[in-house]
Design a protein around this ligand. Structure first.
Ligand code: NAD
Length: 291
């Protein structure tokens, strides 16, 4: 069954039982256009599955201290089950402002160091949704990963690194390429599966691929097509790659929708844990007799 349909049913059951819907706070710093489009998609998915999406807009010149306080308030809000902060942040604000402030129990995109450590050690926790979506797409499409050569292009903390960890867990032999890799084509030529998350349109093309390789294009780039206006493209040159690849995900439409659907499952999971915690606190305080 489709992830979205399952989560919708389970959200309805949660809401009926608890008397409130799971909530997702989406923090946007500055009105960056591509981010805003992406956030609108998330809020739309929230509505579709019955999650209470809340857009928290902060001015582009907001201070790190203010952003931190706003996240701490959301941590305390019982109607907010999960929090995501749209990246990139303005250059003056270090990412650590967000990663240090966000409650790991509400960190539904897995950016807190505690969740990153859990992922690395194979403990339960929130996994960055884009990386999870890319691997989930491969598994659901029946692509064999065990013992196969997989190349991940990109080593960011939110996509490349967690994807490499998840793929290793699936018994793939993983190579991580990045901006300092000397010969990207050399590595791609022997890859059975390629995941690209570099934010560079056209970085990978058909001539670099092993025939029959599976290609997951995670990149999302806005390019100007002159008179045709702006277009969304991935990191892979789709036209040349599709002639060589055994399977390839399109942009838009490939990883993005799965990412959003998985985010909804994380919010529901956080809401359930929050409701459980609230119950256990009320049970334990009920036993305390005031003196
Ligand atoms: P990032 O800028 O943090 O990291 C980019 C990575 O690509 C770096 O590790 C860098 O070393 C590598 N890289 C850059 N140029 C390279 C080159 N010439 N050769 C090899 N490696 C190179 O970006 P990110 O946050 O990881 O995002 C990557 C892409 O994925 C972006 O296009 C982003 O928009 C997209 N993205 C998609 C989703 C989704 O849901 N599909 C979600 C998040 C990000």
């Amino acid at each position: 069954m489709e992830i979205r349909a399952v989560v919708k049913t389970e959200v309805a059951a949660f809401t009926a039982l608890e008397g409130y819907a799971p909530g997702l706070a989406v923090v946007l710093v500055g009105a960056d256009a591509p981010s805003a489009v992406y956030l609108q998609q998330i809020l739309r998915t929230c509505r579709t599955v019955g999650i209470e999406g809340r857009l928290v807009e902060l001015a582009g010149d907001v201070s790190g201290g203010h952003l931190r306080r706003r996240i701490l308030e959301l941590n305390e809000d019982p109607l907010v089950s999960g929090i995501i902060v749209q990246m990139p942040l303005p250059p003056e604000i270090p990412l650590s402002v967000v990663t240090d402030a966000i409650d790991p129990a509400k960190d539904v995109d897995g950016i807190h160091p505690l969740n990153a450590g859990r992922l690395l050690l194979g403990h339960p926790g929130f996994v960055p949704t884009t990386a999870q979506a890319a691997v989930e797409l491969l598994k659901r499409s029946g692509i064999e990963l065990r013992g196969r050569e997989v190349v991940v292009v990109g080593r960011s903390n939110v996509v490349g690194k967690p994807a490499a960890v998840l793929l290793t867990r699936e018994d793939a032999t993983v190579t991580v390429c990045h901006s300092r890799t000397v010969d990207l084509a050399l590595h791609l030529a022997r890859a059975d599966v390629v995941l690209v998350a570099a934010g560079r349109p056209g970085l990978v093309n058909g001539s670099m691929l092993k025939p029959g390789a599976t290609v997951v294009d995670i990149g999302i780039n806005v390019v100007n097509r002159g008179l045709a206006g702006e277009a969304l493209v991935g990191d892979v040159d789709f036209e040349s790659a599709r002639l060589v690849a055994g399977a390839i995900t399109p942009v838009p439409g490939g990883v993005g929708p799965v990412t959003n659907a998985l985010l909804m499952t994380h919010v529901l999971q956080a809401a359930r844990a929050g409701a459980e915690l609230a119950r256990s606190i009320s049970v334990s305080t009920a036993g305390v007799v005031p003196q």
